[in-house]
Unconditional design. Structure first.
Length: 475
């Protein structure tokens, strides 16, 4: 769930400025002509006219359409179409649980409604022979403070290993790739999700979101159980279904973030001098056989991009997670691994799915862009305009004794959850970006927990080294 992101585009930047420009990009210029602090000179007006004309050229519009397709995943059908189909990358996938998965979906455009956005989809798997479907609706009630109501219902197969990543920015390439291949390693769950949400800018730079959601999760996997004291090992068992009702309160503070409204979206633009803070509190109730039916979860996220002068720019991301309650396995924090060939800045790229589970953790992610400082010194490379990048990820945390052994059903079956040891998990990497203007290749090394034993269901050990490919647009 991503309640603080752009209300209409899955991948748009967070919306947090009460004084965002009204209807930027909607086609009208009257607002800007009336509110511009100074008049434009003749040369400035001519420059804007040339830019507007260039934007309307077929070749330029085609390029912009492809960029929008890559970033947002949707393709508009015709210039004035009421729908755009997508996400295109999710149209087909093949994995060892669903077989061939065909997904068809679309979302409405401002030609359908300026205030309403609808996003339905339907999918079918040839191996599990089940239909999956979902519908998300968004209503923009007021634009000055970006008051947005949203609701969603989804009946679909998810991976337990990818569920609890609340601050995960949408990554179309990673999301599509995670549906391919060894899907069972992420522990598949049939999940019915229903939610309603309200988002509003309370004052400049501060956005509050309140969400009520209900989840009915039916595990589609079996686990090796741990014996109770004095009892023989019962072997494998299938966990019972889990029903959760949650109230989620999320606050986001970005004091100097600038946003522009375009059609029925808002996008963050420009660099920020100050970090962005996001705090989420979750209160949940559980329909479960355990006596303690309530739980609390706390998440804090800090992100920032800092100029390093001639050495480029450093992006950092610090996240803390704390679950003080004794809960079942599905509610605990699973650090996001990456078993796809694609780089994901929000994951631990050499971590297998379900390699670690925590109820308290702190993570640090570093992404340093050297721009042209180093590679421009190498003869022949300068003309390619390649850029050097360095990364580092650190995870420290663990499980309390009460959550180490997790019950899976009402018959007393339980299994031992994988936990971090005393040392933090660390991975470091280096790579080249701006290949053909948008491709990025990273070479990543696992620094700690090297030569780890197999954690996946097919006995594959986590890698000590990996090469990941990504795609990005950086100005």
């Amino acid at each position: 769930m991503s309640t603080l992101t752009d209300a209409a585009a899955d991948n748009a930047g967070p919306s947090v400025l009460g004084g965002a420009l009204p209807q930027a990009g909607s086609g009208g210029t009257g607002y800007f002509d009336q509110n511009r602090p100074d008049t434009l000179s003749l040369s400035e007006r001519q420059t804007f006219a040339v830019l507007d004309s260039a934007r309307d050229l077929p070749s330029v519009r085609s390029t912009l359409d492809w960029i929008d397709l890559f970033i947002n995943g949707y393709k508009r059908v015709g210039d004035n179409s009421k729908i755009e189909v997508g996400p295109i990358l999710n149209t087909f996938s093949f994995n060892n649980f669903e077989g061939g998965r065909l997904r068809l979906g679309f979302r409405t455009t401002p030609f359908f409604s300026r205030n309403w956005v609808l996003q339905p989809y339907v999918a079918y798997g040839t191996k599990d022979q089940r239909f999956k479907y979902g519908l998300r609706g968004i209503y923009i009630a007021e634009r000055r403070h970006w008051t947005v109501f949203s609701g969603e219902y989804r009946h679909d197969i998810e991976q337990y290993a990818l569920l609890d990543n609340d601050f995960l920015s949408d990554n179309n390439l990673f999301a599509a790739a995670s549906r391919w291949g060894r899907f069972k390693e992420g522990l598949p769950i049939m999940r019915d999700l229903s939610l309603v949400s309200l988002q509003r800018d309370l004052f400049h730079g501060f956005t509050q979101t309140a969400t009520i959601r209900y989840q009915n999760s039916v595990p589609q996997f079996r686990v090796q159980t741990e014996p109770r004291p004095g009892q023989p090992n019962p072997g494998e068992a299938t966990p019972d279904r889990i029903r959760q009702t949650e109230l989620v309160l999320e606050s986001r503070y970005a004091p100097d973030e600038n946003l522009v409204q375009a059609e029925n979206r808002r996008r963050a633009i420009g660099l920020k001098r100050w970090p962005v803070f996001s705090f989420r509190y979750t209160f949940g109730t559980l329909d479960w056989f355990r006596g303690n039916n309530t739980y609390h979860k706390y998440n804090l996220l800090v992100t920032h991009s800092v100029s390093a002068g001639h050495l480029g720019r450093l992006n950092y991301r610090v996240e803390g997670s704390y679950i003080p309650s004794e809960v079942v396995y599905l509610i605990l924090k699973t650090p996001l691994g990456n078993q796809t060939p694609f780089y994901n800045a929000n994951s631990f790229n050499l971590l297998n799915y379900f390699e670690f589970v925590t109820d308290r953790s702190v993570s640090l992610r570093l992404d340093h862009h050297f721009e042209g400082v180093i590679l421009n010194m190498i003869p022949g490379v300068r003309a390619l305009n390649w850029r050097l990048v360095a990364t580092g990820n650190l995870l420290y945390g663990g499980l309390t004794d009460g959550n180490q052994y997790s019950p899976i059903d009402g018959r007393g079956n339980q299994f031992l959850l994988p936990s971090l040891g005393k040392a933090p998990y660390i991975e470091a990497g280096y790579g080249i970006e701006n290949i053909f203007k948008f491709i990025r290749v990273d070479f990543i090394h696992r620094v700690t927990y090297r030569n780890a034993p197999p954690t996946t269901r097919n006995g594959v050990a986590p890698p000590n080294f990996g090469i990941k490919v990504g795609a990005q647009f950086r100005l």
